[in-house]
Design a protein. Structure first.
Length: 297
């Protein structure tokens, strides 16, 4: 039997619901509808027992016909059992009245789909290039690769410069700088560039839409490009700086449109289209990014 929620848990859940935060996922795994929302599947009752000994206490474990599978599970105010595949694996959400046996019977019924999507996700991750944190390493910046160069300069070991003509990022570091030092310096530079560009694009589309965000924060989330809350707090993933400006504009416009429509209904998409008439092209790239734009950092 599930342990009852504590009062703080209920309060936290209530506050989370009031925030009505709208999030934009990293990429499409085939488990969402035309508006990018996870598809909910109606399921039948379960009969098979579950295995509940995963190494991570936040997960549950189930024995399928082909393998043992760990999955994230949560309950909520919903009418059906929903499945989604994210960078973290399988996530299942269910109504409070549905027993865990029913949930795991539903997973077994969808076993072929779940395993196919997880394999697709694994292939996607395997295709993502690894960044070499060294002199001569490359990574994407605004849709095209840049080259890392390490050049020691006396009394200027904290300076980072970018040559747009050669697309070279020059780091002033000692010759024996570690990969961790190089990575930290490059990521710090990229985050600063991201913050500056995001502010610029937010200001542009806010003027056109007639809205105003309250706070901008950078995110390092593994599964979300951006989110917006009803009180004007916007989070944008700094790794969007790898993408072309057109893709960044789509995410910015998407989140700002939530300040008009806190949903993904027809009026929401009409608002996005008013800002970016060709938004579907950029949305496709954000939802299914080519491997060269999302390197393993």
């Amino acid at each position: 039997m599930n342990r009852p929620r504590s009062r703080p848990d209920r309060i936290g859940r209530l506050l989370s619901g009031l925030a009505r935060q709208l999030e934009l996922p990293f990429f499409d795994t085939g488990s969402s509808d035309a508006r990018g929302r996870p598809i909910n599947d109606d399921v039948s009752r379960a009969k098979a027992p579950s295995v509940t000994t995963p190494t991570d206490p936040r997960l549950r474990r189930i024995q399928l016909s082909e393998r043992v599978l760990d999955y994230a599970f949560r309950r909520g105010r919903r009418k059906t059992i929903g499945f989604s595949i994210t960078a973290s694996g399988l996530s299942v959400a269910a109504p409070r009245w549905v027993g865990i046996g029913q949930v795991e019977d539903a997973i077994r019924e969808r076993e072929a789909w779940v395993l196919a999507k997880l394999a697709e996700l694994q292939r996607h991750h395997a295709s993502i290039p690894q960044v070499r944190w060294e002199d001569g390493g490359t990574l994407p910046f605004l849709g095209a690769p840049i080259t890392i160069r390490v050049a020691a300069r006396a009394h200027r070991l904290t300076r980072t410069t970018f040559d747009e003509a050669t697309r070279t990022l020059v780091l002033s570091l000692p010759p024996d700088a570690s990969t961790a030092q190089i990575k930290d310096r490059v990521e710090a530079w990229m985050q600063n560039e991201a913050r500056s560009l995001f502010r610029e694009r937010l200001a542009l589309y806010e003027t056109r839409l007639g809205v105003r965000h309250r706070v901008l924060r950078l995110s390092s989330a593994k599964t979300r490009w951006g989110s917006c809350s009803a009180d004007g707090r916007i989070l944008l993933n700094w790794r969007l700086i790898h993408f072309p400006v057109s893709s960044i504009d789509y995410v910015v416009a998407h989140e700002l449109a939530h300040l008009k429509e806190m949903n993904h209904g027809p009026r929401f998409w009409a608002t996005v289209a008013a800002l970016l008439p060709d938004y579907e092209t950029a949305r496709a790239q954000v939802r299914n990014p080519p491997p060269e734009l999302i390197p393993t950092l």
